[in-house]
Design a protein around this ligand. Sequence first.
Ligand code: HEC
Ligand code: HEC
Length: 453
Amino acid sequence: MHARFHMVHAVTPLVCAILLVAAGCTQTADKKGTTGKAGASKTAKAEAGANGAEAADAEPASYTDGITVPEGKVLLGSPELTAGIPGDGDLTVEQIKAWVDDPKNHETLDIALPLGLDAGLQAVKGLDANPLTRAKIELGRQLYFDTRLSSDGTISCASCHDPEQGYAAHTQFGVGVRDQMGGRNSPVSYNRIQSALQFWDGRAASLEEQAKGPIANPIEMANTHEQAVATVKGIEGYPMQFDKVFGDDSVNIDNIAKAIASFERAIVTGPSPFDFNEKLRGFAGQDLEELKKDDPDLYKEYEALKALADAHPMSESAKRGREIFFTDKGSCTACHVGPNLADELYHNLGVGMDATEPDLGRYNETKQEKDKGAFKTPTVRNVALSAPYMHNGAHKTLEEVVEWYDKGGHPNPTLDAKIKKLNLTAQDKQDLVAFMHATTGAFPKVERGRLPK
Ligand code: HEC
Ligand code: HEC
């Protein structure tokens, strides 16, 4: 677990529901094959195959699919933001210098979000306090993958939030230096731009505050902030970037955290079969012949969307699962709601509550009785990629998670009122799992190497 920050903060719920039709923003983009998720999608395919989700054979979508980026805006997920400083082989001081000397890399980015998350553009967090620039995102990328931030040079943020493991880790608990383990599962580090409070219990007020925790946490990166700062200062390619991004003599822990947080905000996941299908639902019941005559532009958008949905289909099973997820039958959207399918609130499902000394989660921060055993709702976007599940990593598969909900969680005094026995059939359960697989979308292309020497 990361170092604790004892404070209580007001929660800003993400009230935005999934938009059915956002008129005027669907169009087929022609850029393809720029995503960097080959490994990830392979895992998804293997798992989806096991669930009979036939959508698995389709080509992965691109983060640009289904969206038109307004003039002057930059689409988060664009490879040039996270693919590293241009060039091959080792990153040289000359390349870094050319990069930071280009004023374009220091312009504040006016962002757009990929289809799906775009409905939450108003709900993005943290950009006023820490504006995004290309240079800051790139600096954060380097720090995120740099094991030299840890005490023994073995662990980086990516060790537990690995792009190849769905930005989490396939171990029950996070594994830090000298194989030390905490008591919580590594959550995903993508789509954080739509989230204010961080950690399973929300104890960090921002991504900036969060990023400082693991560096000094004795069982994670086990460093001190002073030592981490000294190390970064001592690597020639780093101070020259900090000076241009944050001002002279600016290598300090706050700026390290700001850079890392900016990189994390740039990790947004792209559209999935679910998103194309969801948008298409907005046209259901429309007389298409009439639309063609009355509003040819909108009709064109419909056609482009239809082509995308056909190219990235949701299986019939996943479509049935979507109904269960969104209706009283499963009531999943009572909590997994909004563009990132997470309400950013805390709920007790009874996970781990049968332990003799259960992890009390949110209660540790608020000391309010009702928060005992409550944890922050995680996103279910791309969740097929980041097993095991729950704050304690107790569930190995999505099937196990669905069984947990079906039986109504584990009874305890503060069980969330929305958690009830569901009485799902075997088919319903399969369908729910297939639906979750259909939320697997494109990932940005991210360079892991090319760090300053
Ligand atoms: C040893 C494994 C490990 C390392 C290294 C690590 N983390 Fe984590 N991370 C975790 C675990 C476990 C949690 C959940 C802890 C909790 O909630 O108490 C977490 C939580 C988070 C969260 C909160 C996500 C959410 O949904 O609330 C973010 C963001 C994050 N880490 C980013 C980072 C960054 C940035 C670094 C590097 C500076 C980093 N982590 C290093 C294991 C790790
Ligand atoms: C009352 C709110 C609530 C409802 C309703 C709900 N969830 Fe959750 N979900 C959560 C919370 C909170 C967690 C984390 C709990 C924990 O770790 O203790 C979670 C965890 C998960 C996870 C694990 C994600 C991960 O990264 O570990 C999946 C998958 C999931 N839910 C799917 C579903 C499905 C499917 C349904 C509907 C059958 C559903 N949820 C209904 C709040 C809810």
